[in-house]
Design a protein around this ligand. Sequence first.
Ligand code: FBP
Length: 566
Amino acid sequence: MSTLSDQLLKMERHNSIFESAVRALPLPVCAAFGDAVRPQPVAFAASGRVLGTRDGEQVAASFPHSVQASGNAVLAAAGVNRAAPRGKRVAVLFSGGPAAGGHNVVCGLKRVLGPDNTLFGVRPGPKGLIKGQLFEITEADIDRVINTGGFDFLGTDRTKIKTDAQFAYVKETCLKNSIDAIVVIGGDDSNTNAAVLAEFLFKGVKADGSGVQVIGVPKTIDGDLQIGDLLPISFGFDTATKIYGEMVGNILQDTRSSLKYWHFIKLMGRSASHVTMEVALQTKPAITLVSEEIAEKKQSLAAIVEEIAQAVAVRVGKGINHGVVLIPEGVIEFIPEMNALIAELNDVLAHHAAEFAAAADKAAFVAGRLTRGNARLLASLPAYVVRMLLADRDSHGNLQVSLIPTEQLLVDMVKARLQEIDADIPFAAHCHFLGYEGRCGAPTLFDAAYTYNLGLTAGSLILDGRTGYMATVTDLDRGGEPRAIPLTGLLNIERRHGKDEFVIEKALVKMDSPAMQYLLSRRAAWAAEDLFCSPGPRQLWGPAARQMPISVALNSGAQSLEFRIG
Ligand code: FBP
């Protein structure tokens, strides 16, 4: 066999030239963990900060063990843990959508637990915990998955552990495998799940009456799990936005080359507009919709269409017959009349689930149960939008906004409006949805380092005997500090599935945040003429490798775009 065909065969199973090289990429660790090659577990102590939410009393009543144990106190690293126990058996799982860097959390965990403790992978996600599907993670596994993207090492799913039977199965899994601790790597819903699990498993699980510790790790490309300076961003956001940034930059470059197209690009990110805002800050397109702004200004669908149509007409007047419109995935839920419709739809679907499932004409079934205004609005929407508004909610009760073709709806409506303004205005548009292509790319240096240190932090919390906390790393432009956030200090009550539930609130874009203010200060100039830039491919080596998300740098008051861990 020739050398080239040998080389090509060796590349199979995640061994491309890039993947092989990236496994050897050294990862910096926060000073608290000591040596980068042999990181040490840290002990934790109360930092002096205590968290609370408006529903604190109900939380304390429903999560008595967790609240009593943590006092909702934020923990800070307090030196190397010289008394770390041995023989701990820890299970780790991914939960929810994939995000770059998840494998490095597992690697950090394994490294800090060391050879004296055992790490098990749960396959796939919470469902694997219910079914008891565990396997021991080896050093060879870690060498293979480090710095690689995706969640494929363990797989993931969106099962919400909620029934008595499911909780009993989880307990059985813990007992059968003598599990001492579970690490849940997930977003807001999954960390809410982790809080519930921590309370359920707090004590009385094992024969000696002791419990099973539960630690959460903040993941989601959406960027909607943020807690001020305690959690400036969840992992996966940087990689996803840099991948989208490169693609949007390429499309912008095409618009100015071919000189005849508008591109309406919807960006994943669920409800919040963090992803869209970050990509806008990276690329500077003509138009950026921000869902939270639309809600604040109470803009109707017609008003949004009018704004875009006018911007197109003004550019055409200047001879610029092209541009890019960035659209947040969840924008539809923020348009007041659509929001009212979706809320009523959610209630109808939750309360008539069986009849709805059996109904032949689902739209007619629902319309008959809506208020007159909402029924009229539903009837006015194109069939491709109605179908998705009526599609199954996910197991956490969320509308699957990624399935709603908002970009197509806007193109169709803008086209119709431009015809009314002046039939001679040229308008040719393409639609894109950038979502899944950003979730599993190889982690950026930021995400690779951040997640490895999150794994070290989660493992340290377990060895320090903690439960009901979310691991975090703060001060990302000043070396990085491992900390722990009490999950019960984040819980509020929200209406989901037609009933009140404890949830960690999604962090939306704040209108007065420095990142939003910056976008507002530049948006008109970006609409008036082409000022875009192309961030290019993400770099693991080279000048852009150390760049953190622009919105995170702005919002955390950083002095430059450079992150510094270690
Ligand atoms: P998480 O909130 O679980 O991290 O998921 C993020 C996300 O990628 C959203 O941006 C998107 O709306 C959703 O998952 C898509 O879900 P699915 O993977 O089930 O299609």
